[in-house]
Design a protein around this ligand. Structure first.
Ligand SMILES: [Zn+2]
Length: 177
């Protein structure tokens, strides 16, 4: 718990002027970042620098396309967790240019259903990562059934998690401006 403190303060600082209220409450509760009912997760919005296609992975039980990502390990910084999960799930190795904090996109709290029907809450921090998709070979690996580069205009044609769709569209609109 004590060891979580650096990670906790780094996460609090990411929220800036508009911290997600549910995330702020979770951080202030003083419980483990992987408590029984609530988990800290991190994900990465991987975007091809040229086509703006987004890398999504197919979750085997949710049957839904989501961002690469997963649970933040004890004492692990969220942006490190995001890149670790990216590599574990897609074999794609990448790094943020400059300070990873500047790549923070969104904090989203949502409920996930486990295969046995139980539910728990994920507090997910998303970081954007631009890559050259021609040089970034991605293949389905640990815990995913598929990977795909999805063009922005095709996001509505797939079963994509709502927060993933929203964040991608917001970020693409902002980065175009
Ligand atoms: Zn979880």
């Amino acid at each position: 718990m004590q060891q979580d403190n650096r990670v906790r303060s780094e996460i609090s600082a990411l929220g800036g002027s508009s911290p997600a209220p549910q995330l702020a409450a979770f951080l202030q509760a003083g419980v483990s970042l992987q408590s029984a009912e609530e988990h800290m997760t991190a994900s990465v919005l991987v975007v091809d620098a040229v086509s703006r296609a987004i890398l999504l992975v197919l979750h085997p039980t949710l049957k839904m396309w989501i961002r690469p990502g997963g649970h933040v390990d004890p004492n692990e910084l969220p942006w490190d967790a995001a890149l670790r999960e990216l590599e574990e799930e897609t074999t794609l190795q990448a790094a943020f240019s400059g300070d990873p904090r500047t790549h923070f996109v969104d904090a989203d709290t949502h409920t996930v259903a486990e295969p046995d029907g139980r539910k728990h809450v994920h507090h997910d921090l998303c970081f954007a990562l631009e890559v050259d998709m021609r040089a970034a070979a991605a293949t389905p690996a640990d815990g995913v059934s598929g990977v795909a580069w999805v063009l922005p205009e095709s996001l509505d044609e797939l079963v994509v998690a709502e927060n993933v769709r929203r964040t991608a569209k917001e970020w693409l609109a902002k980065s175009k401006a």
